[in-house]
Ligand binder design. Structure first.
Ligand SMILES: NC(=O)c1ccc[n+]([C@@H]2O[C@H](COP(=O)([O-])OP(=O)(O)OC[C@H]3O[C@@H](n4cnc5c(N)ncnc54)[C@H](O)[C@@H]3O)[C@@H](O)[C@H]2O)c1
Length: 242
């Protein structure tokens, strides 16, 4: 079903993006992973149908040149907007404007830019945006991040209306998933071990998420099994938001 489909995944050097890129490649898709980290270049070393390109998604010129080759010969079937940052979580009053703008640029505007560029080459296909459960629940001292992720939910719903039936647009809201971003969060806590235990213990499913848990949800939404699903927000969080 995914055999020979063309798939683009942003933020593919590690975590959820890498796992997602690998999931599509394993199913036979031709996958391009983009990331600002140079490590992305080696993600396809042992997988011929997975290519990584270094690209800072806050740079319009870099986006254009990274997509050029992949988009040249034929259209794109699936786009996964996954790249995101949350470097210094804080309340709105403690968020410097430079940080606010940086979060908007990476978590929202990059999605706008990449999606617009890719959609010129997408006659029909699927777009999956990665938001966060924090878009729905809010969280202490995460105002800017939650706002950008909330905007991703709204963008998903608006795009689903504008671009159906040819293009389906859905969104996944992960909870606590064990990636570099989550490790950075723990490191900022007074007692990272206790905090990890607290989060795990609070979940109905009693374990933290793995990047593969999110990759499977994204893969499902991209597949024909989800052919009547668009404009939806799929929470994948071990039951935290239940
Ligand atoms: N891990 C979690 O608990 C969690 C929870 C909810 C939502 N999310 C979301 O899932 C997505 C993936 O996060 P993750 O946990 O895998 O984090 P991660 O930090 O492991 O991966 C994010 C990737 O995005 C890349 N990236 C960031 N800014 C970029 C830019 N300007 N250009 C190109 N690449 C850029 C990073 O280099 C990194 O490889 C993010 O959008 C994040 O907000 C994560």
């Amino acid at each position: 079903m995914m055999q020979s489909k063309k798939v683009i995944v942003t933020g593919a050097a590690g975590g959820i993006g890498l796992s997602t890129a690998r999931r599509f490649a394993k199913a036979g898709a031709n996958v391009l992973g983009l990331d600002r980290k140079p490590g992305v270049i080696s993600i396809g070393n042992d997988t011929p149908n997975l290519t990584g390109l270094c690209c800072d998604l806050t740079n319009v010129r870099q986006i254009k040149s990274a997509l050029e080759g992949f988009l040249a010969d034929s259209g794109v079937d699936v786009l996964v907007n996954n790249a995101g940052i949350n470097p210094s979580p804080s309340s709105l009053t403690d968020t410097p404007e430079a940080l606010w703008l940086r979060l908007l640029e990476t978590n929202l505007t990059a999605t706008y830019r990449v999606t617009k560029a890719v959609m010129r080459h997408m006659q029909c296909g699927v777009i999956i945006n990665i938001s966060s459960v924090l878009a729905l629940s809010g969280a202490n001292k995460n105002a800017a991040y939650a706002a950008t992720k909330g905007a991703i939910v709204s963008l998903t719903r608006a795009m689903a209306r504008d671009h159906g039936p040819a293009i389906r647009v859905n969104c996944v809201c992960p909870g606590a998933v064990e990636t570099e971003m989550f490790e950075e969060y723990l490191c900022r806590c007074d007692d990272p071990v206790l905090e990890r235990r607290r989060i795990r213990g609070s979940l109905p499913l009693q374990r933290l998420g793995k990047p593969e848990d999110i990759a499977e949800a994204v893969f499902f939404l991209a597949s024909d099994s989800a052919s009547w699903i668009t404009g939806q927000v799929l929470v994948v969080d071990g039951g935290d938001y239940a």
